[in-house]
Design a protein around this ligand. Sequence first.
Ligand code: P6P
Length: 338
Amino acid sequence: MPDQSLTLIQFLLEERRRLDADRDLTTLLHSVATACKAVSSSLKSGALADVLGNLDTENVQGETQKKLDVIANDIFLRRCEFSGVLAAMVSEEMDEVYPIPTQFPKGRYVLLFDPLDGSSNIDVNVSVGSIFSIIRLDETPEEESYDAVLRPGYEQVAAGYALYGPSTMLVLSTGEGVNAFTLDGNIGEFRLTQRNLRIREDGSEFAINASRARWWEPPVKRYIDECIAGESGPRGRDFNMRWIASMVAEVHRVLLRGGVFIYPKDSKNAELGGKLRLFYEANPMAFLIEQAGGMATTGRQRILDIKSNSPHERVPVMLGARSEIQRLIDYHSEFDTV
Ligand code: P6P
């Protein structure tokens, strides 16, 4: 067990000294962590504070907004906009790029985030999370346009998530491996609890929304059918299925127990490109998974290589243990070359 007395800011300062990292990145990560603590506090009160339930509004995705979706988004904006290091922010809950208010200094970083992912689970008290991705631009852009701030996932300098579960955890990477912190309610600080997470290759869990099986492409169906066939099938071993409908919780399980998480493009969502959003769901999670020794693909392309100037673009996501994801890539390649 790593040195649990190490708080997040001590860890970040240690890492900055060791790697001669950018002081501004440390500032931004500390602001994001503070936002996650504030979101955690809002969630904990639940029904007691009349924060559950839906608003009569929809976000840019056309999804009904939960009260806590808007509360969490506002928390991220307020806790990060004054940091003095941001050029702009991009959120799942906002149609346009969020320009940093003129009263605050600006910087070269772009924060892209899903303030409350899996929020449909809130009203039934199931784990949800916040996801963030950080890009460093060459210089502070003159205009806060999507063309100026959207960059491919391989340019991320940091990414992570907060998981609001039985405990509140912060899992992040600045490109030097993946580390996990647990919120200590006694001191209100995240403390290092798992250092350098690595994805196991012998995991036996697959996560997919099996109710969509009739719409899957053949390579996805082949992979899942073989897992279900288990010991008597081509895989020669049994598997187990999980589906929490909260990407953050699924990815956290993959980081700790291996296996895969799959949300493919299928015949029903093909026009949208899939379900999960590239810039604040797929890219940050792909960054973490690769930093932990795994792989993250659309089935046909490395997620971090995808170039797009559409802020809310959706992509197929298959991520997890390297050998399992490589098998999915091979099945897609075989299918496409038939
Ligand atoms: P479905 C939550 O809305 C989310 O974006 C991810 O967190 C989750 O993995 C997925 O959608 C759940 O999708 O189709 O099962 O509701």
